[in-house]
Each structure stands twice: as C-alpha cells, then as structure tokens.
Design a binder for this molecule. Structure first.
Ligand code: NAD
Ligand code: IPM
Ligand code: MN
Length: 370
C-alpha cells in the first residue's frame, strides 16, 4: 500500500480553526473510505515558539522531512511581534520551505461561478477565471545573502536584502510552469523586472532558453512584473500560467486572491523535485492567507482555502484524483447552495461560521460519494 504519512502543522490564529475542518474530512475518509492516512501533528510558528522557544523544533522538522505530505495552517500574530527576528513565527514556514527544498509553489486562482459577484472587480472580469501562479519559493530576496541590518557607525544603519537567482533555479521553476501549462491552457507568462534588475535579465534569458530547448509548443510571453500586476486586475482572463520569482509571486498571488472573492479562498501546493528513483516528491500544502489575527477566535474564518489545499494534496501527493475532484465539487456545491462565511457574504445568502462551512462541505462530499 502507498504510504500516506500526513503531518498536520496547524500553527497560529485561524490556522488551527481551519485545520479542524480538514481533520473532520480526513477522519471520514479514513473511517468510511479506508483511505489510510497516518496522521501526526506538530507545532509551528508562535505556538512552537511558546512551547520550545523556536519557530519549529528539530523534532517537528524531522517529522516534516519524513512525511509524505505536510498540511500547514498559518503562522504569525501580534503576540510575537517583538520576538527576535530569527525566531519569529514566519521563520518556521521559511525553514520548512528551504529544508524540504520546496522550490515550486502552485497558487491557483479560480473564481467559482457562485462567487462571481463577491469579487471587488466587476463580474464579467472574473467570471470563469482559472489561472495558476507558479511562484519560485526557495530563492530570490527571501534567502539571498547578505541579509542584515548593518550599523554604519555614523548614526546610520543599512537594511540589506539580496536578490539572487542562479540558472538552475530559473530553469527548474520555468520547467514546472511549462509542464503545467501543457495540461491546461498551454500558455505561460513570465514576470520579472529586467528593466531594473540583473536577476530579472537572467530570469528572462533562462526562461526564453528553456522554452526554446524543451517547450516550444507552449506559448510564452514576458511581462514586466509591475505591468503584470496591473493586467491582473484589468483583464485577468488573458493569463493561463504565470511564472515569477519569490517576492513578485507573493504579491501577485495576494492580488489574484481578490479576483476569486477572498483571500480565504486561495489554496497552494509547495512541491520539491521528484525523486529520481521513486518519482515521489516532498510537498507542503497551505492556504495563501495568514493567521488573520483580526478574526482569530471569532469562529468566522473561511476554511475553504485550507480544505482546497487538502484537495491539492490528494491530487499531487497521493494521485487521489477522484477524491480531489469530489472535494472541489463539494466546495462548489456548497457555494451554489448559497452558504457563505462572512468574507464572501452577499445579499440573500446564508451566513455561517467556520464549523458550519466545514460541516456543509463534508456533508456534500459524503453525498457526492454515495
Ligand atoms: P492575513 O492573510 O492573515 O489577513 C489579511 C486579511 O484577510 C485580514 O483582514 C483577514 O481577516 C482576512 N482573511 C485572511 N484569511 C481569511 C480567511 N480564511 N477567512 C476570512 N478572512 C480571512 O494577512 P496579514 O493580516 O497581513 O498577516 C497576519 C499574520 O499572518 C502576519 O503575522 C503574517 O506574517 C502572517 N502570514 C502568514 C502566512 C502563512 O502562514 N502562510 C501568510 C500570510 C501572512
Ligand atoms: C505567504 C506568506 C509568507 C511569504 C510569509 C508568512 C513568510 O506571505 O506564504 O504568502 O511571504 O511567503
Ligand atoms: Mn503572502
């Protein structure tokens, strides 16, 4: 039997609230569908800092590396605003990404038909939207050295972050984008700022060369990342797959989230390279949103991004395509029924909390299985 070791890292704020809804789905799948997930759990972020003084303990890091997939909630919050920089909650997530070598972050932005009215943009702009942002996740300014605040000794300090990309990093992330484009609209838009950044010049060159060498059947276009942000809100349906660096990908995916109605809707998959022998790859699945301190503890969080992240886990880590499709259909079905958390609420719909939304999706998932 395929090993299905799942590590749950709920984290902080609304992370554990959203994860509780996924836990119910897994319990049902294990009991009724004999899915055979082996669950383990760990601490990350502020909750890990409070327990161990680290944003993730060595023991939990080892569990993540030994798992078949990690489900991650969210980290951070005002409680940990003054902890030392290297110990802040977000450092736990960055360590997981780096040490698991999760270089490919897939952030699909799909506007469910029932939510075409919930976006801050006009319905005709977002209706039917289905784009995929492929964000490079282990390089760029997030990890480049030097990274420090230097005392210049004259009463001034200098904050330094360094954007670094090597050829192989651009080759492998653009390869992922081209491969995925072939399974959908067959078009890739690469975004960088070659007009001001040397790393942007190299990015553009390497994406172009990779395309020419291996993926000439896919349509490739290049866009400056600032113009790309503008085009995302002007006419997002022009895009199929967008490939971009770590920082631009972070910003562009939050922008794309609003096209779908709410940040509470956007899932993501962070994948490593396939193992040459087994073909399996390290993977972590997480919503694009954060710990939402403003609504944490109120029971109002939208769990859909977390549940849809689990659907991506079923698809990409366990090849459980039928179950993944069914879970996504359950989400769409519940939205069609007019059930809404506060962030996607509109007139005439039924407003529910986190738990009720999770229950409704599970009930629909069960009904679709029958
Ligand atoms: P955020 O994503 O936590 O929240 C932004 C806004 O979106 C808030 O108004 C929040 O209420 C709303 N929102 C987010 N998710 C929602 C959901 N599921 N349902 C309903 N509304 C939702 O971003 P922020 O406020 O900028 O950051 C808060 C903390 O989260 C910071 O410490 C930040 O570093 C951290 N963060 C963590 C992750 C992560 O763990 N992957 C991602 C982004 C931010
Ligand atoms: C995200 C988050 C993270 C990032 C933070 C919490 C480190 O914003 O996953 O989008 O900047 O990558
Ligand atoms: Mn982000």
């Amino acid at each position: 039997m395929v090993s299905k070791k799942l590590l749950l890292l709920p984290g902080d704020g609304i992370g554990p609230e959203a994860m509780a809804e996924v836990r119910k789905i897994i319990a049902y799948m294990n009991a009724e569908l004999e899915s055979g997930f082996e669950l383990d759990e760990g601490l990350v972020g502020g909750s890990a800092y409070d327990a161990h003084g680290l944003a993730i303990s060595e023991a939990d890091m080892a569990k993540a590396l030994a798992s078949d997939a990690v489900l991650f909630g969210a980290v951070g919050g005002p409680k940990w605003d003054s902890v030392p920089y290297d110990l802040r909650p977000e450092a736990g997530l960055l360590r997981l990404r780096k040490d698991m070598e999760l270089f490919a972050n897939l952030r699909p932005a799909i506007c469910y038909p029932a939510l075409a009215d919930s976006s801050s943009l006009k319905k005709e702009i977002v209706e039917g939207l289905d784009i995929l942002i492929v964000r490079e996740l282990t390089g760029g300014v997030y990890f480049g050295e030097p990274k420090e605040i230097r005392d210049l000794g004259n009463g001034q300090k200098r904050g330094i972050d360094t954007q670094v990309y090597d050829t192989y990093e651009i080759e492998r992330i653009s390869g992922v984008a081209f491969e995925l484009a072939r399974t959908r609209g067959n078009k890739v838009t690469s975004m960088e700022k070659r007009n001001v950044m040397k790393s942007g010049v190299l990015w553009n060159e390497v994406v172009t060369a990779t395309h020419k060498a291996k993926y000439a059947d896919v349509t490739l276009e290049h866009m400056l990342a600032d113009a790309g942000g503008m085009q995302l809100v002007r006419w997002p349906k022009q895009f199929d797959v967008i490939v971009t660096d770590n920082l631009f990908g972070d910003m562009l995916s939050d922008i794309a989230a609003m096209l779908t109605g709410s940040l509470g809707m956007l899932p993501s998959a962070s994948l490593g390279a396939p193992d040459a022998r087994t073909g399996s790859r390290k993977a972590l699945y997480e919503p694009v949103h954060g710990s939402a301190p403003d609504i944490a503890g109120t029971g109002a969080a939208n769990p859909i991004a977390m549940i849809a992240s689990f659907a991506m886990c079923l698809r990409y880590s366990f090849n459980m395509v039928v179950e993944a499709d069914r879970l996504e259909a359950a989400i769409a079905g519940v939205l069609d029924d007019g059930i809404r958390t506060a962030d996607i609420m509109s007139e005439g719909k039924t407003r529910v909390g986190t738990t009720e939304m999770g229950d409704a999706i599970l009930a629909k998932f069960k009904a679709l299985a029958a």
